[in-house]
Design a protein around this ligand. Sequence first.
Ligand SMILES: [Zn+2]
Length: 262
Amino acid sequence: METEEDDLNNNNLDLDLDHDLLSFSTTSRRRPICPNCSRPSPVCLCHALPAQPIPTTTQIIVLHHPHEVQHKLSTTPILTKCLSNATAVVGRRLRHGLSPLLDQSPPAIYLFPSTPNSSPAITLSQLRHRRPPSVLIAFDATWKHAREMVRASEDFLWGFAQRVCLEVDESVKGGTIFDSELILRKEPFGGCVTTMEAVARTLGVIEPNGPDIEDRLVGLLREMVRLQAGYLRPVMPRPKLVKKKGKGEKVVVVEEDERESS
Ligand SMILES: [Zn+2]
């Protein structure tokens, strides 16, 4: 809901843009928000959203970590606007009572990279040769939180949902918005993708009209990244002090700056 103050800020948008370029990473209460796409007005995506939500035979459920709900780089709000059968559920784990659909234990898959000691996962290429699931589950959080959410949800998912991993290459360092047109935030290693891209890639495989749906979602993500990239400034690696093992001496290592624009 926009307030009168927001309206005034809308009028001042041009004057504020330079300031916003410098302060995009800080939370500004005055920053106008588009009431339709819920994104800051300078990066409004309405022009790129489909006129009608795209229908799918698959039901898509995104478990959205509570810390991420307000994050402006989250792709989940856009995803639920674009797909007629996508729903976001806020929480830290999937359990009975959270989603009436999941309570029925439908044939489902959930997207997360294979991790040591995790339940067996199949790849997208393997999924192509199986009967399509009726429900696709994704997790939207930082990687650390998502790993915890998956671990905490697996008891509930056991028996009806299969873990599916997009082919992730851990030997390749993760990219950032600066070196890929589809990555919004720093990813831990190569092949890690946003929730939206993971869902798009999977629908591309399991939907009858998959390639078209995938193209439309990826195109939208590309536009979202293009707009966002205009508000990011490259950050230099920053030195981080760590203790040298055993001697208590300090050595300097360089750590990639994980600050994000939000
Ligand atoms: Zn908008």
